[in-house]
Design a protein around this ligand. Structure first.
Ligand code: SF4
Ligand code: SF4
Length: 104
């Protein structure tokens, strides 16, 4: 088989399918822990939105509303950075992962 040279290979770091991040549900990577939002102590500082690497924090009119589990990987950054005491986001064990048929 003839090896491709750099002239034939596609450019690296080019997204040839723009918009595919909507279809690729990163929530299926979740490892067994997921964040739970507790609205009462939330001061809507948006730290969780700022730190979330997957844009999984749902905000409406400047108010933290919920977590989009389709895209949440369970990294825990939102819970770690939430400044309220008690925390407005806590990590909880997920019994059935999204990838195994769990709820979104
Ligand atoms: S970081 Fe905590 S207090 Fe701030 S908006 Fe998010 S849940 Fe609310
Ligand atoms: S656990 Fe990670 S991916 Fe999920 S909402 Fe929090 S910061 Fe985003």
């Amino acid at each position: 088989m003839k090896k491709e040279t750099w002239k034939e290979l596609p450019l690296g770091c080019v997204n040839v399918h723009p918009g595919n991040s909507r279809e690729n549900l990163t929530g299926t990577w979740r490892s067994g822990l997921k964040p739970e939002f507790i609205a009462e102590p939330c001061i809507h500082c948006m730290f969780c939105w700022l730190y979330c690497p997957h844009f999984a924090i749902i905000v409406e009119d400047g108010v933290m509303k919920a977590i989009n589990y389709n895209y949440c990987t369970g990294c825990g950054l939102c819970a770690e950075e939430c400044p309220t005491k008690p925390k407005s986001i806590v990590m909880v064990k997920e019994e059935v992962k999204l990838a195994e048929g769990g709820k979104k």
